[in-house]
Design a protein around this ligand. Structure first.
Ligand SMILES: CC(C)(COP(=O)(O)OP(=O)(O)OC[C@H]1O[C@@H](n2cnc3c(N)ncnc32)[C@H](O)[C@@H]1OP(=O)(O)O)[C@@H](O)C(=O)NCCC(=O)NCCS
Length: 175
């Protein structure tokens, strides 16, 4: 475990974190239904094994958590890359979330910087992510870290009959 700040630390999540991660994720899916692709009820109906599969670490799949000093999960992000020869230079950031009471303390920045370091170590040359618009907090965060907009997907999500666009961004790492 590495100390990033006196108040929280970050480490890679493993299948042993599946129950805590599942609760944490479902809370965010319920609180911000338009910000995530997955639907809370559909995810809640899946067995714990599906969460364990999601967290199963490999060179191409790594989830990182932020924890408070009592060991409670307060932030998470996923980093994935493809194994195929033609796409192995591209990584994806997924499922970034920080518990509401812990926001604006640099946790998302620390989690993203960790994912960027991981991508660099793997020789990846660009990291992609997408976000539902509008999301001023995420837009500012990604602007600050240098993620540039490269596309807009109209009507990407429909939540309770309302349509939402998704913005696609990438960070070029120069590898
Ligand atoms: C977006 C989110 C992950 C940011 O997490 P965070 O830990 O609060 O972010 P940080 O503290 O690292 O913020 C870094 C910078 O991002 C910007 N930012 C973050 N939250 C913001 C907010 N609510 N309003 C405006 N700017 C914000 C600021 O520039 C901030 O720097 P500052 O605090 O020095 O001004 C968090 O708000 C969240 O979980 N939101 C709900 C889920 C979500 O939107 N996930 C992203 C899906 S793509």
């Amino acid at each position: 475990m590495s100390d990033i700040d006196a108040a929280f630390s970050i480490r890679v999540l493993t299948t042993a974190d599946a129950i805590a991660y599942r609760i944490f994720r479902l809370t965010a899916l319920k609180r911000y239904p338009h910000l995530f692709r997955a639907d809370a009820d559909e995810e809640a109906a899946k067995p714990l094994a599906s969460t364990e599969r999601r967290l199963k670490e490999s060179p191409h799949n790594r989830w990182t958590g932020a924890f408070d000093i009592s060991g409670n999960l307060i932030g998470s992000v996923g980093f994935r890359s493809e194994a195929g020869l033609k796409r192995r230079h591209i990584g994806q950031i997924l499922g970034l979330q920080v518990a509401q009471q812990w926001q604006r303390r640099g946790i998302a920045t620390a989690l993203l910087q960790d994912a960027i370091a991981q991508a660099s170590a793997l020789g990846i040359s660009q990291i992609q992510l997408s976000l539902t618009l509008p999301n001023p907090a995420a837009e500012k965060l990604y602007d600050r870290l240098g993620f540039e907009v490269y596309g807009l997907e109209r009507d990407a999500l429909r939540v309770s009959g309302q349509s939402h666009d998704k913005q696609h961004r990438q960070l070029r790492l120069g590898a």
